[in-house]
Write a new protein. Structure first.
Length: 144
């Protein structure tokens, strides 16, 4: 008897192809995030530190930046503050993803969403999709 095929979450049609910049230092978690996000229909770029992420965000203008709190060179909370305080990048949605129980600190830094590790594929994809949908419904243009 064949086992039932798992239904993987996919991006809504309007959000498919959106660029997501992920700041993740752990190569195993990077591979999982890449697999989950790309199979859901998103384009993904990775950096391993906050300074590089800030430069790449300015260059690439991703729709969402996903960062841990504990990343080298510029921590995720400081990265979020820098993204949100810069006119060039303040429209980038920021999701903070951490083992730390720091949702209040993430919100204070300007994060649009906070997820607690371990990585949950369905929650990651639905949160990304929800953020992109809220940006579109709030008048944001996904073609920016």
């Amino acid at each position: 008897m064949a086992s039932p095929r798992l239904k993987l979450p996919v991006a809504t049609a309007a959000n498919r192809g959106a660029l997501i910049l992920v700041v993740e230092r752990n190569p195993i978690v990077q591979r999982l995030e890449r697999y989950f996000l790309e199979h859901a229909g998103f384009n993904v770029e990775f950096t391993a530190d906050g300074i590089t992420a800030l430069a790449r965000a300015r260059e690439l203008k991703p729709k969402i930046l996903v960062t841990e709190i504990l990343v080298p060179k510029l921590d995720g909370l400081s990265l979020c503050r820098a993204i949100k305080s810069d006119l060039e990048t303040n429209n980038i949605l920021v999701m903070i993803f951490s083992h730390l129980q720091a949702e209040d600190r993430a919100v204070e830094a300007g994060a649009d969403a906070f997820l607690t590790k371990p990585l949950d594929e369905a929650l990651l994809i639905t949160t990304v999709d929800r953020l992109l949908a809220s940006k579109t419904s709030a008048g944001g243009n996904l073609e920016d």
